[in-house]
Each structure stands twice: as C-alpha cells, then as structure tokens.
Design a protein around this ligand. Structure first.
Ligand code: PGA
Length: 253
C-alpha cells in the first residue's frame, strides 16, 4: 500500500509586495491557518526575495512554511544580483520554486538549467518545486504530453524523492489568464506525469506530489482538486489575498 502524500498549497507572490503589505498578508495567512485548526494540507508562501526575512519573522511559530521563487545553480561566487539556495536555506526557507514559466520565458532559462537549480536546492537541503507546462500553441497542436514529457526528462534532477521534490504542472496559457484546463485535461497530464515519476524514481515517484497551477481561485479549487493525481496547487494571483488563499487551502482539506 502506498501512503497518500500530504497535500501542498503554495502561494507564489511573484514580484508583488512591499514590506508593510507583505508582512500584513503573511500575518493574516498565519492567523487564518491557526484558526483553520485541523487541516492536513501543508501551507507554503513564496514571497519575493526582498521580503523573505520579514515574512519569516511574521510566520515564526505558525504552521505556515516559507519558500522562495528561484535560486542560482551555484552555491556562491561572482554572480551579481543572484541568490543561492544556501542563502535561502539560511533565511529559513524550506522550498524553492524552479523553472517557473515566467523565468523560462522571461529569463531564457533552459530545462538543463532548471535541473541544475533543483540539484542546487537539494544540496542546500531545500525541497525543489519544479514547474513545467505547455504553451497555448503546443496545446493547440496536440503536443501537450510530448512537451511536458520533454520538459520532465530534461528538468528533473537525477535523484529525487517525495520529501525533496515536488512537480508543478502549470500550462502557460492558464497562468494569470482566468482560464484553466478541464479537470479531465488536468487528470490526463497528471496521470502521465505520475507514470513518468514512477518510471524514473520508482516507489518515491508514487508519493511525490504533483501540483496544478494556473488561475486557481477559491471558486474553482474544489473542481480542480477533484481531478485525479492532483496533490495540491501552486497559486499566483489568488495567493495575494489571505481569505481567498485560505479558501483554496480549505478546499484541499
Ligand atoms: P496564477 O499564477 O494563479 O496567477 O495563474 C500561477 C503561477 O504562475 O504559479
């Protein structure tokens, strides 16, 4: 028998928030998580790098976990403007998102680089949330499974287990657009990713969490979570409002 993985709902704040509102949002989420009581779901927030320390302080002692949105592939050195996984771990981060489509598209990040970043996260003791997903053109061309398979093969670290790696399926066309795949379409991709995980990592692949991301809101969360093999969500816009974000957490239960 395989243990069911603990669900994860992660908030990706992207490049949003100054100190005052970031701290207020983190406090509100921590308070709401406390009030929610028995929720099995793990709650993670990933603020911009500038807010990591302030948010770490704001959620200290709560069940809310801290993560970052990106890291460099090296542990340190001459990389102006970059932040290493070790630095994030030093601030109290437990997770780091790697390979988000906004970094793949906006910063030209290749799957090979994403893989190195995931391995850097592991070396620093962080869990990596590895993102992948097809563009609108790839879906329209019927190339969704082919695209995510290629990204999976090239982006996932050589060694991974269910504690140190999370996979996030985020169709590019669903991010920030208000559009989502149907639960059936999500189940199809997640089922395929599950098979790839098991083929590559054996038993650990069975319990590794697969998140769905892209326009998850309080109003559609229950329907999206009902799809097979959806172990949680990576939430952008709807994670910037505590009540909305926590409604998504409660929908996962
Ligand atoms: P969204 O973003 O929820 O605003 O669509 C999701 C993401 O990019 O992780």
């Amino acid at each position: 028998m395989t243990a069911t993985p603990r669900p994860l709902v992660a908030g990706n704040w992207k490049m949003n928030g100054l100190r005052e509102d970031g701290v207020a949002l983190a406090r509100a989420i921590a308070e709401s998580r406390r009030a929610a009581g028995e929720v099995r779901c793990e709650v993670l927030i990933c603020p911009p790098a500038t807010l990591l320390q302030a948010v770490a302080d704001a959620i200290a002692g709560s069940a809310v976990v801290l993560g970052a949105q990106d890291c460099h592939a090296e542990a340190g050195g001459a990389h102006t403007g970059d932040v290493s996984a070790e630095m994030l771990a030093d601030l109290g981060c437990r997770y780091v998102i790697v390979g988000h489509s906004e970094r793949r598209a906006g910063h030209g990040e290749s799957s090979a680089l994403v893989r190195r970043k995931a391995e850097a996260a592991h070396r620093a003791g962080l869990a990596a949330i590895v993102c992948l997903g097809e563009s609108a053109a790839e879906r329209d061309a019927g190339a969704t499974v082919e695209t995510v398979s290629r990204q999976f093969a090239q982006s996932m670290p050589e060694a991974a287990n269910s504690a140190d790696t999370v996979l996030a399926y985020e169709p590019v066309w669903a991010i920030g657009s208000g559009r989502t795949p149907t639960p059936g379409q999500i189940a199809e991709v997640h089922g395929h990713l599950r098979a790839l995980l098991v083929a590559r990592y054996g038993g650990d692949g069975r319990t590794m969490r697969i998140l769905y991301g892209g326009s998850v809101k309080a109003e559609n969360a229950s329907a999206l979570f009902a799809a097979a093999e959806v172990d949680g969500a990576l939430v952008g816009g709807a994670s910037l409002e505590a009540a909305e974000f926590m409604a998504i957490v409660r929908a996962k239960g």
